[in-house]
Design a protein around this ligand. Sequence first.
Ligand code: ATP
Ligand code: MG
Length: 471
Amino acid sequence: MFGKRAHQGVTVAPVAAPAAASTNAEPARGVAAAAPPPPIARESEQRPESYFQTKAMIFSALIEAIDLSALSKLDQESAREEIRDIVHEIVTIKNLVLSIAEQEDLLDDICNDVLGFGPLEPLLARDDIADIMVNGPTRTFIEVGGKIQLTNVRFRDNAQLMNICQRIVSQVGRRVDEASPICDARLLDGSRVNVIAPPLAIDGAALTIRKFKKDKLTLDQLVRFGAISNAGAEILKIIGRVRCNVVISGGTGSGKTTLLNCLTNYIDVGERVITCEDAAELQLQQPHVVRLETRPPNLEGVGQITMRDLVKNCLRMRPERIIVGEVRGPEAFDLLQAMNTGHDGSMGTLHANSPREAMGRLESMITMGGFSLPMKTIREMIVGSIDIIVQAERLRDGSRRITKITEVIGTEGDVVITQDLVTYEVEGEDESGRLRGRHVGTGIVRPAFWERARYYNLERELADALDKVNQ
Ligand SMILES: Nc1ncnc2c1ncn2[C@@H]1O[C@H](COP(=O)(O)OP(=O)(O)OP(=O)(O)O)[C@@H](O)[C@H]1O
Ligand SMILES: [Mg+2]
């Protein structure tokens, strides 16, 4: 066991008893006029105030008794054992009455504070959570099964929260503080992290984590969840296989990256694929993949590598397909050019609420990128490059669905002409508030990518799938 030693540079502050858990209203339902607030469920398990007091007392005693610098040299298991021994001793000396289960609970909590990401650890360990959203020290929300829930997770104060944010971002060599209050990072498990700290975040640091799913959803699973119909999924598989250029459009968290990952499953194993992302999320199964990631500027403000740099560089790497995680700026121009010049089968996602809006977004990304091309030329470029737009949406009941598979077919004058192949129609709502609907075809039997399907010997499959959606 460690004796008491001087512990300068200790970064972990003792946890004091935080304020009582905030209460929250049940989701408002059946409101006609104003839009109802987002559904908020409350975590069932609430800890009594006495738990936090006991924890704070043990924590202070532990910090007194332990040499943190020596502890940090141990591996997690041994460090945990050390902490366990000391906690047992403190409990005995202070004559605290705790059941074995309570002691184990406390030990977990304390280890998380000392060794890991504190109160976030239990949430990080859960596989069913899609997003963790910390809005300052007293409010942490999670998204589970499409629903947003308030948790009982609380930080002692903003300093503890900032401390944890700092620990997270320092793993990837970044820093977050008043001087550089915005930071993107990644957890070791691949989860995507954004921190925005005070003074920009007014009520305490805001930390957003998109949990990395090791087992990415597959198209077949999306069919099981009702995100797309069987026949719709067949069409998507063919689109992926026959090297259509695809843009996946959707709002924040609507499932764009998931869908992009699904589509890449149908790329032939022989093709050389290069992926460009801000934070590597895609998990391609093919053997011949090069993964690239952008880099923010360093503390001196230099060394930034943008998405545009990556996409341009890609073109010198003999790619057969280029996959851009998220198109949000002037790289749109390079991606379209790549799509136009023999890298068909390239794909990317972008934020837009409809296929038409996606077209508009591409136009504005190109004009704002400083390319002084006439609008007509830009539109022709878009039409000449993009074959398919897949629209993803998170509906008001929290479910994520593919709401459109749309083809870009040409221009008429100045207008880009598109045609929907499949759309999702909401038919009503069941007793539990879940939306009922179905994917329907629009009667098109010969889509513009028919020739491609034929070239890949898949026209029979495409005809069958279209017959089914059009039924
Ligand atoms: N059809 C679906 N059914 C259930 N969960 C889904 C579905 N599609 C995606 N998800 C889950 O939703 C979360 C968000 O998905 P994803 O990261 O693909 O969204 P996104 O649109 O790329 O988000 P962002 O705009 O933040 O990049 C993930 O946890 C993912 O596993
Ligand atoms: Mg995404």
